[in-house]
Design a protein around this ligand. Structure first.
Ligand SMILES: [Zn+2]
Length: 474
């Protein structure tokens, strides 16, 4: 059996792992977009280092675009096999992929405008990337929906004589799965586990990650290797409340929270709802401003059975997870523009989480110059993103080509993190690595974090595959 990591190998985005079974079945685990270098976006995502038509089965662990975002390109280039995922993953993927295609269209149009401007000024503009091509079309998203086979958690799906697949709850976001591959090898069944993205222990809404015992091989994410979260998820409500009181009540300012549309936005709104029901939330308006988040929230409400006990009990008691009087859901972009002029203190939750793209950039730009306001970064921000620059404590930041003075307070919280930290990963490994385990592969992290994690693991060998490095698993 041969294992090759073609994406999220010593980096965080672009998850894509290829497994060729002894009998020849070719399985791809995830097919996400690689965002590592924006300037190389088309180069990194436009082609595959293997023939998509040769893949028999695609196992999709969850909907996030760095895991699902290049499935339509795979189909466009010849993949015609089965796609296996959970029902919520399929529903969320559809929204995320349509949104991703829109972003590609907008970026292509922006490049075209720059090109035309250059032409007008008589500047010779290079041909290639300026006429940015889209990776795929709407048709390929629709094809994907038709090719997908949705399965439940904890049930064995027999794909063929040598392979069955089982999904267990990964936490992370709604419908996220870790995949256990049951493989026929020399007359016996061995198990190989792929964590996908794991959730943080004690997360809002989603359950804890499920251990995968009796594995021969484990391929694990390592996003927070070597780092521990500063805040405890148990304190998520208190942490939010503290920022609301400090900013909105004491200073009369606005609290701006950049948050991913799928997962984090729902967890934050749920925490605000809990504060409201506990009678702790001051009388202020909370605006959520992301069209994708609105659609995703509906998917959460339609699949309550995949949420944790706390969330289900809350829903039973109050009839809704996310709906309470202080919450205002903005749909039109013109409404979100008006928030800057609102004289009263309020909370604004908008996407994207790393303050790259989406409506959040406008909200940050509109509020960063006032010392009464706070920008609360709720999670990991990759280097090169505006979120990362804000956290560096600079006096000025560039937003949409304009230098803006930073007068607002900038804070960060890990209380809503969707990944386990260093200790959380070690806890997960305790339940998943055992006597039968012959090797662990760390992916979805940078190599420094992976090495720090490997050094603390009570197991050897731990591999940190390079992109395209093939391992013979015997
Ligand atoms: Zn994810």
């Amino acid at each position: 059996m041969k294992f090759t990591s073609w994406g999220a190998a010593q980096q965080v985005t672009g998850s894509k792992h290829l497994l060729v079974l002894p009998g020849g079945t070719r399985v791809l685990i995830d097919c996400g977009l690689d965002y590592e270098k924006r300037s190389e976006f088309e180069l990194r995502n436009g082609t595959f280092p293997f023939n998509p038509a040769d893949i028999d089965l695609l196992v999709l662990t969850h909907a996030h675009i760095d895991h699902s975002g290049n499935v339509p390109t795979l189909i466009k280039q010849g993949f015609n096999g089965t796609i296996l995922c959970t029902k919520p993953t399929l529903e969320l993927s559809e929204y995320l992929l349509r949104d991703s295609l829109n972003i590609q269209r907008m970026e292509a149009a922006a490049k075209e405008r720059v090109r035309n401007k250059g032409k007008k000024k008589g500047i010779k503009v290079k041909k290639q990337a300026d006429t940015a091509t889209l990776l795929y079309s709407k048709k390929h998203i629709e094809d994907m929906l038709g090719m997908a086979q949705t399965i439940s958690f904890n049930k064995l799906y027999k794909f063929n004589q040598e392979l069955s697949v089982e999904f267990v709850l990964a936490g992370h976001i709604l419908g996220a799965a870790s995949a256990i591959l049951h493989i026929q090898e020399n007359g016996e069944t061995i198990k190989m586990g792929f964590t996908g993205d794991l959730g943080n222990y004690g997360s809002k809404l989603v359950p804890d990650p499920t251990p995968m015992p009796d594995l021969k091989w484990l391929v694990s994410e390592s996003t927070y290797g070597g780092r521990n979260h500063v805040a405890d998820t148990d304190d998520a409500c208190n942490e939010l409340l503290k920022h609301v009181v400090d900013t909105c009540v004491t200073k009369g300012g606005k609290l701006v929270i950049p948050a991913f549309s799928v997962g984090r936005t729902q967890a934050i709104i749920f925490a605000f709802h809990q504060l409201y029901r506990d009678g702790k939330l001051p009388n202020i308006k909370i605006f959520t401003d992301s069209p994708l988040a609105i659609k995703s929230t509906t998917v959460y409400e339609n699949h309550l059975q995949y949420l944790n006990e706390e969330a289900r009990a809350f829903q039973q008691r109050h009839g809704s997870l996310f709906d309470f009087p202080n919450l205002y859901v903005l749909e039109e972009e013109k409404e979100s523009n008006l928030l800057a002029m609102l004289p009263e203190p309020c909370v604004i939750i908008s996407a994207a989480g790393m303050v790259e793209g989406g409506r959040i950039q406008m909200h940050v730009k509109n509020h960063i110059g006032n010392s009464d306001n706070t920008i609360l970064i709720a999670g990991f921000c990759a280097e090169g993103t505006l979120g990362h620059r804000l956290l560096q404590g600079q006096d000025f930041v560039e937003i949409n080509y304009r230098r803006e003075p930073v007068r607002a307070d900038i804070f960060r919280t890990d209380a809503f993190s969707a990944h386990p930290d260093h200790n959380g990963l070690l806890k997960f490994f305790k339940g998943s690595i055992g006597d039968k385990t012959k090797g662990v592969f760390l992916v979805h992290g940078d190599v420094v974090q992976m090495n720090l994690l490997a050094a603390d693991m009570d197991f050897k060998p731990v591999y940190t595959p390079e992109k395209g490095q093939t391992f013979d698993l015997i």
